[in-house]
Design a protein around this ligand. Structure first.
Ligand SMILES: Nc1ncnc2c1ncn2[C@@H]1O[C@H](COP(=O)(O)OP(=O)(O)O)[C@@H](O)[C@H]1O
Ligand SMILES: [Mg+2]
Length: 134
């Protein structure tokens, strides 16, 4: 699996979330994703970026254009050094929120991508890695 291009983008504010959405849209277009896939990626990225800012005390998103043989993909890795998630299974459940949201961000994002991996250590932070393959 080759990484053809990568970029790290900061996520500290809601303005950064808007900029990250635009960046993901641009990368998805460059990779040749159609409008439906672009929107899936942007929607997933938006939810995860917002979590990074709201719950993770800010962090970064790493964008990577992947090439696996004939398959191209866009991988997004959201990282923060916030409080972490004590119970990942619970956090993934639709409707579960500790912040008065809808609790649909993580589950929704998972359904919009092909690969979804979340790792978190209480007190150390959270990493969410997603890939959408073309
Ligand atoms: N990066 C993160 N750091 C710490 N907790 C998180 C993070 N992302 C999500 N969570 C926890 O998982 C819960 C569910 O997230 P989500 O499904 O996006 O719903 P919502 O954002 O509406 O609360 C959040 O309320 C929060 O408790
Ligand atoms: Mg959320």
């Amino acid at each position: 699996m080759a990484v053809r291009k990568s970029e790290t983008f900061p996520l500290r504010s809601s303005e950064d979330v808007v900029r990250a959405r635009q960046l993901v849209r641009e990368w998805a277009i460059q990779l040749g994703f159609g409008l439906v896939d672009q929107t899936k990626l942007v929607t997933a990225a938006s939810e995860l970026a917002r979590n990074t800012v709201n719950y993770g005390t800010g962090g970064t998103v790493l964008l990577e254009a992947l090439n696996d043989g004939n398959h191209r993909g866009l991988q997004l890795t959201f990282s923060d050094q916030g409080p972490g998630i004590l119970d990942i299974e619970l956090a993934m459940k639709d409707g579960y929120t500790t912040g008065g949201g809808l609790g649909l961000g993580l589950g929704g994002a998972k359904r919009l991508v092909n690969d979804f991996e979340i790792t978190s250590r209480p007190g150390e932070g959270t990493q969410v890695r997603v890939v959408r393959w073309k």
